[in-house]
Design a protein around this ligand. Structure first.
Ligand code: AMP
Length: 281
């Protein structure tokens, strides 16, 4: 496995690979890697000639300085995990100034409204930061395919929109959410929680599964009210529960208008923000 810190050296290596007709699959991450990340990398390795993973905690996608400060960072462990437990060919660990040579500003990209609502309204500027950093990574790495997790379903939709509006020559591929045996979505932020808090966090997947099992008997707003009540009676702080269609991610009020619904939850457990979602139909 090759390790690059310098974008110029990475570009030189990847240009040689592209000239040799080798297809590049790219997985952007913010590190503190878990099995969800490794499974994206392995999918990239299976479907391409080489899998490139980046590890970069992107400052422009954090709307709260405290959240950025607390974000877990363990690059040495990440390198070992990628080397010993995945089929990663290249890992890239750039510095902030490599991605933001002119300061931490985001690019103006038309995200077509898919960036509004849910994560967009609760984390202002978040998707501008995500779209900017992914676009810049795509320019450096020039991947044939790029892999994103459905755990961040709205992010996946934003990247698809960005790629389409900018006509970028990359195929965006979604990967199902990897979970613990109890169902908790794997997340780097889980590292910030103790055993008791991880148990409490299971309310998120329990609520999503309850909505999936019961949606036929209730209107979307009734599902949401029930989940809000359950969270109010728990130690978790619910940021939002939403039911949307699967394509535009617009909230829906009744099932007649959609053939494909999805439920989303964002909640804080002891101040740590977790998100998850599940297809309902
Ligand atoms: P992050 O490091 O959290 O920015 O995540 C990097 C990539 O891994 C993103 O595309 C995430 O959606 C994806 N990812 C994170 N957690 C999971 C998971 N539990 N299952 C599948 N993909 C995930």
């Amino acid at each position: 496995m090759h390790i690059f810190y310098d974008p110029q050296e990475l570009k030189k290596y990847l240009t040689e690979q592209s000239l040799a007709q080798r297809r590049i699959g790219f997985v952007p991450t913010m590190g503190a890697l878990h099995d969800g990340h490794l499974s994206l990398v392995n999918q990239a390795a299976t479907e391409n000639d080489l899998a490139v993973a980046s590890i970069f905690v992107n400052p422009t996608q954090f709307n709260k300085a405290e959240d950025l400060r607390r974000y877990p960072r363990e690059p040495e462990k990440d390198i070992v995990k990628l080397r010993d437990h995945s089929r990663c060919s290249v890992v890239f660990l750039p510095k902030v100034e490599h991605l933001y040579p002119n300061g931490e500003e985001t690019d103006r990209i038309d995200l077509g409204g898919i960036d509004q609502g849910m994560e967009g309204s609760h984390r202002p500027g978040h998707f501008d930061g995500v779209a900017t950093v992914v676009k810049r990574f795509f320019e450096m790495i020039r991947p044939h395919r790029a892999y994103f997790g459905e755990k961040d379903f709205q992010q996946l939709a934003v990247i698809r929109q960005m790629t389409s509006v900018l006509k970028l020559p990359v195929e965006v591929i979604g990967h199902p959410t990897e979970r613990s045996s109890e169902g908790l979505a794997l997340s780097s932020r889980n590292l910030l929680l103790n055993k008791e808090e991880l148990d409490q966090a299971l309310l998120i997947i329990k609520s999503l599964r309850w909505m999936q099992e019961n949606y036929r008997h209730f209107l979307p707003r009734e599902l949401k009210v029930k989940v809000e009540k359950d969270f109010a009676a728990s130690g978790l702080v619910l940021e939002y529960v939403e039911v949307t269609d699967n394509l535009c991610l617009k909230p829906i009020d009744d099932w007649g208008v959609t053939k494909d619904g999805r439920a989303f939850i964002a909640a804080r457990v002891s101040g740590v923000r977790l998100i998850d979602n599940l297809s309902l139909f």
